[in-house]
Write a protein that binds this ligand. Sequence first.
Ligand code: AMP
Length: 542
Amino acid sequence: MHGLMQDWRLVVPKVLDHAARNHGEREMVTRSIEGPIRRTTLAELHSRSRRVAKALVNMGVKSGDRVATMAWNTDRHMETWYGVMGCGAVCHTVNPRLFPEQLVYIMNHAEDCVLFVDTTFVPVIEGIQDKIPTVKTIIVMTDEANMPNTSLTNAVVYEEWIKGADDDFAWADVDENDAAGLCYTSGTTGNPKGVLYSHRSNVLHGLVANQADVIGLSAQDAVLPVVPMFHANAWALTFAAPMAGAKLVMPGAKMDGESIFELLDTEKVSSTAAVPTVWLMLLQYLEANNKELPYLNKVVIGGSACPQVMIEKFENNYGVEVIHAWGMTEMSPMGTLCTLKPGMEEFSAEQRIKQKLKQGRAPFSVEIKITDDDDKELPHDGEAFGHLLVRGPAVVKEYFKGEGGDPLDADDWFDTGDVATIDELGYMQITDRAKDVIKSGGEWISSIDLENAAVGHPQVQEAAVIGIVHPKWDERPLLIVVKAEGEDPSKEEILRFLEDKIAKWWMPDDVVFTDEIPHTATGKIQKLALREQFKDYKLPTA
Ligand code: AMP
């Protein structure tokens, strides 16, 4: 027997209709690419998104067509985002940090027909325009006064283009399972693969984000998504904030400590989210300039493991709650978040930080499990570690155009490629990426744990650990360190610092200092590049 309730489709434009109707006065503040702060409202976002949708339809864009954006987090990017999805097309957020060959690959693979681009990235597109033939129109997201001189043959000025359409537009009549967004994985191995989000998965993911133990935005919040919209839906904030009626503060192109601090302070931001490298810059700025964070309540940190010192500094020095989160593009992206359970407020400082270093537990709608190499499920004891598998309505079923074959097992579990433990209370902790874990004498060493311990040294700015071939042990850890500015720690000092923090047999066999550690387009340490760089490295113990 069917239930007798309404078939109210879970489609993205309804999020904006809701926001405009119930929170139309709520502000959206942008640090514009041109420089000045720009202020609009959720009602204006609604109106201008419909104009974008209408202008796209007038140009001949049809349901299911891919429309690319290569842009920072701004009001215009939000209008484009909702306008594209609202006209039934698919919003392909292109990560501008990809190499030109990767950009060419994904835009051809996606067959993007229109590209919205910030002025910042116009030179990049000029360099590849003749290699992206499906892109018929390029809309430069600025006004006439700020339009750069460009060799692009089919460039249009956004503000002029949008003038051609009013907001009298009925959102496209899409099915909730229709495609709404497209985001390619960062492609650390092989070509990037496209994850094709549906209207339903986006709406559900936004609702999940607003659970109290997830990000839990309310109408009282002012939220600063530092995490880019091209990094998997800005971790759902693009949907969750308008759903809640939260004020949106968009950082534009500036992610340095001073610029982020200025927005946190002047816009009284209560919640924010980004990868650890962004917070490292902010903390350095706060310390160097004796600044406080009186308005900020919550910082969501994910994308890479959050170092212990980062949690301690935010919580102890600035009174900001850290939510350590894990996820991936294939999961829309949120997978688990570390919010505490009752009883944990009694924890000692040491127990508490140990818990907070875990990537957390699954919210409703995400299922997680760990398995061994024979697909046997492992116990939730916080000790056993194995392949981390996930399932849920906002988890990928298949990559765009079937790339890479069927990524699910017979019971629909998706293998994340991460190795993890899960404890008795359901808290998951990432040990490593399966391909980064260091295999020493048949046992595994977590490169993440070692990196975390090493960045706790006050004279270390960043640390990376990779396995180096060893004749006896198979692999042994090499610690690669970027020194903090003006500091000059020795190898011995760093190793001594690690002594009481890690198992004895995990101790790196050597330490090398470097000026810079390479990062991927989403800010993760590029282990592949480091392994290549140190492939001929001989450990002193070998
Ligand atoms: P991406 O799809 O680019 O967001 O990358 C997803 C991958 O980033 C995951 O599979 C993890 O390997 C890694 N990752 C994300 N969040 C965390 C975290 N909090 N700690 C450790 N690794 C993480």
